[in-house]
Write a protein that binds this ligand. Structure first.
Ligand code: ADP
Length: 474
């Protein structure tokens, strides 16, 4: 699955879950609404009708009795009015009543009809002026109305009971809805979390594989391809990445082949020239004239200088390409400084310069590549001697510094302009354009010191001298 379809599928699944939860919540609300409505529209109204029926029946009884005593037509009319009210309310309550209440109400209707017909018979007797069994009629009517009132009591208690049941049902439905809402919310949150986790993982895993491989390449390890099957976008990236890795590996090999062949191709003939010149000077090729000797000296000196330049160039290129191998081992800086000052002694004497070395006794032992540190010291002390005029002084000091050792090479040479202090460490840069040299020495020093985790810089005052300082960590 592509990244897009993974994300789209995940979001669709989340959308579906959210919709399902919403539909369920709406259904629950409908159910609650239905129960509440039924409670208000059926049970409440049944109780109201029952009240009205009871009142109108009692009013009928009242007017019926008054009429039987006074035989006032207006009272009879009132009775009829209440009778029709009773019938109308009864029909309405039958229409809304639930099936189990209907037979009871129909019984009330039938009883009420009997009651009305008994009263009408009495009215007929009275209007005809005939005698009739008044007590018997009264007892019968009382029995019927008591019965009707008893039935209405049942309707009332039915209404109350029904309301109670529906309220219980409502409370239950609310509790169910709450439980389900909590459960569905927790389940859907969990689902969303799992879906997001799966999608994120499926994308993050191949990306972190690529990240790990990139780090290895940065460390110079080009071995092993990254295997990524999906998502296709990252799989394609991995294929291109592997291709790039192979190319880098080839380039890396070409680079190291170049360094080894160049070292060989340049150094061998130059060394042969220098050696040959030396032999000629020693007279191995026969006697030489004074003029020839002078020329051979120049030849020997220049080929020596050329070997130095080639070595510096190759060293710097190797360092810049990250191909210089350093052999770190515990070393004594005091010994290295002494060795360089001894080496340079003849030159110092020839130039009538004072070379002082102040090395403190409590220097810590550092892990260094002594050959490379010797090279850095040679470059710095060599420069100091080179730039210091006759009668000048060069002072090398070494002292412990917080977390390492600080070495400085100070001279009484011409100094370096402030604007050049930072650029002289770049290759081919020189403070004075006409200066004799290649402009590689300080660049090599910087490479060596930074490879040891240290720092190097220069301080100077034009006309007074320069100080080159480097700090090496423990
Ligand atoms: P090179 O000495 O072969 O020119 P370096 O990289 O060693 O190359 O030095 C770069 C430049 O820094 C020099 O050309 C010179 O201008 C300046 N420099 C270095 N050391 C000193 C010093 N001790 N006193 C004055 N100038 C210096």
């Amino acid at each position: 699955m592509t990244l897009f379809s993974r994300l789209a599928a995940g979001y669709l699944a989340i959308l579906f879950v959210v919709m399902a939860v919403s539909v369920y919540a709406i259904a629950q609300l409908y159910e609650l609404n239905r129960i509440t409505r039924s409670l208000l529209e059926v049970d409440r109204r049944i109780l109201d009708y029952e009240d009205k029926l009871r009142d109108t029946l009692l009013s009928q009884i009242r007017y019926e009795r008054k009429f039987l005593i006074s035989q006032d037509k207006a009272l009879y009319d009132q009775f009829l009015l209440f009778q029709s009210d009773f019938q109308r309310d009864l029909e309405e309550i039958i229409a809304i009543a639930e099936s189990n209440l209907a037979p009871l109400l129909r019984m009330v209707r039938q009883q009420h009809q009997v009651y009305a017909s008994r009263f009408n018979e009495e009215v007929d007797y009275l209007q005809a002026g005939r005698l009739y069994p008044v007590v018997q009629y009264r007892e019968e009517k009382d029995k019927i109305t008591d019965h009707i009132l008893g039935e209405l009591d049942k309707v009332r208690s039915y209404g109350w009971q029904n309301s109670y049941e529906k309220l219980t049902q409502l409370a239950q439905a609310v509790a169910d809805a709450r439980r389900m809402a909590i459960a569905t919310t927790v389940a859907s949150l969990l689902f969303v979390f799992v879906v997001s986790l799966v999608i994120t993982q499926s994308i993050a895993r191949p990306v972190s594989l690529l990240k790990r491989k990139t780090r290895e390449i940065a460390r110079g390890n080009f071995e092993g391809d990254v295997e990524i099957g999906s998502p296709p976008e990252i799989a394609e990236l991995a294929v291109a990445f592997n291709l790039m890795c192979h190319k880098l590996k080839d380039l890396d090999k070409m680079k190291s082949d170049f360094f080894s062949s160049m070292s060989h191709e340049l150094r061998t003939p130059l060394t042969s020239i220098k050696e040959g010149t030396g032999l000629l000077l020693e007279g191995v090729g026969g006697a030489i004239t004074e003029k020839q000797r002078k020329l051979l000296y120049i030849l020997a000196e220049e080929s020596g200088r050329l070997i130095g330049v080639v070595n510096s160039l190759l060293d710097l290129s190797k360092m810049e390409a990250g191909m210089m191998t350093y052999a770190f081992a515990p070393s004594s800086l005091a010994f290295l400084i002494q060795r360089v000052t001894t080496e340079i002694g003849p030159l110092v004497e020839a130039k009538k310069i004072r070379l002082e070395a102040q090395v403190e006794d409590d220097l810590p032992v550092l892990k260094l590549d002594s050959e490379r540190i010797l090279q850095a010291l040679r470059n710095l002390i060599g420069n100091a001697v080179k730039f210091t005029p006759e009668g000048g002084r060069v002072r090398v000091t070494a002292r412990p510094k917080e977390g390492g050792v600080e070495i400085s090479v100070a001279d009484t040479g011409p100094g370096i302009p402030a604007k050049s202090l930072s650029t002289i460490f770049e290759k081919f840069r020189q403070a004075a354009p006409a200066a004799k040299g290649t402009g590689l020495g300080l660049a090599i020093v910087k490479q060596i010191i930074t490879s040891h985790g240290g720092q190097v810089w220069a301080e100077s005052q034009v006309g007074k001298g320069s100080t080159f300082i480097f700090v090496l960590p423990v």
